[in-house]
Design a protein around this ligand. Structure first.
Ligand code: ZN
Length: 235
C-alpha cells in the first residue's frame, strides 16, 4: 500500500490526541492516510495490549485511515538503535509516504522523546539505496505536531473545526484509557483529557481566527507564491 501521509507515534491513542483532526481532514480530502504506533502499549497503567488494539481499530475507522501499522517495539523501550531504525526503514519503504508526521520533541515520557528522533533518522536511511533491503524511499516532507504541555512554536496551524467531533470520538474509542474513573486525573492535574484536548485545539484555532486547530512545525521556510493571497487576517 502506498500512503500519502503517515503519522507516527509511540503509543496507540497518541496520534488521535495530537493530530486526529488533521488526519481525518486529510482522509476526507481523498488522501490515503495511515498511522503507525511504534508499540502495543503493553506497559500502560490502564488497559491491555489486546484492548488497545481493538480500540485503535475503532479509532482508525472513525478517522477514515487506510492503514494502522504497529512497529512492535517494546513499550517503555523505544530507543534509537540500529535494530529499531531497520524496523522503521522497512515500514517507511513498505508504505512509501510522501509526508510523515512526527510527535513534537521535548517530552517527559522517554518513548515520546525518542520516537521523533528514531523515525526522523529512519526516514533518512530509508532513502539510501544500499541501506538494508527493499527499494529506497525518502519521504518528501517531515512535520512535527504539538504533543505535550510544553511550549511549542508551530510554523502553521490546520483548521480542524469540521473534524473536531471526529477527533473527540476517536479518543473516546480508547475507553480503557479515558473512561472516567473516580480519583485519578489524566493530563494536567484536575482536568480531564477531553477538556484539555479541546482547550488546546481552541487555542490553536484562535490563532488563525477559527474555532479549533492543530499546531505543526516544519524545519523549512514555507514558500508563498502569491503574496496577495496569503491566508489569514492581520490582528
Ligand atoms: Zn503515548
Amino acid at each position: 500500500m502506498k500512503l500519502d501521509v503517515l503519522a507516527f507515534a509511540a503509543h496507540r491513542d497518541d496520534v488521535e490526541i495530537t493530530c486526529g483532526g488533521t488526519l481525518a481532514k486529510l482522509a476526507e480530502r481523498g488522501h490515503v492516510v495511515g498511522a503507525c504506533d511504534l508499540t502495543q502499549g503493553e506497559m500502560g497503567t490502564r488497559g491491555t495490549a489486546a484492548e488497545r488494539a481493538a480500540e485503535a481499530e475503532a479509532a482508525t475507522k472513525i478517522l477514515g485511515l487506510a492503514a494502522r501499522v504497529n512497529g512492535d517495539l517494546p513499550d517503555a523501550g523505544v530507543f534509537n538503535t540500529r535494530e529499531y531504525q531497520n524496523r522503521l526503514v522497512d515500514i517507511v519503504r513498505a508504505y512509501r509516504p510522501e509526508t510523515v508526521i512526527l510527535p513534537g520533541h521535548d517530552q517527559r515520557h522517554p518513548d515520546h522523546r525518542v520516537t521523533p528522533e528514531l523515525v526522523f533518522d529512519a526516514c533518512y536511511f530509508a532513502g539510501l539505496a544500499k541501506f538494508g533491503k527493499g527499494a529506497p524511499h525518502r519521504p518528501r516532507k517531515i512535520l512535527w505536531v504539538h504533543t505535550n504541555y510544553t511550549p511549542f512554536n508551530p510554523t502553521f496551524i490546520v483548521d480542524i473545526g469540521a473534524q473536531m467531533e471526529k477527533k473527540i470520538a476517536s479518543i473516546r474509542a480508547y475507553a480503557s484509557q479515558f473512561a472516567p474513573k473516580a480519583g485519578d486525573a489524566l493530563g494536567p492535574p484536575g482536568s480531564d483529557v477531553f477538556e484539555w484536548v479541546r482547550a488546546r485545539a481552541r487555542t490553536y484555532g484562535m490563532m488563525i481566527g477559527k474555532t479549533y486547530g492543530e499546531g505543526f512545525y516544519q524545519r523549512e521556510m514555507m514558500e508563498v507564491e502569491d503574496v496577495a493571497r496569503v491566508s489569514g487576517q492581520s490582528v
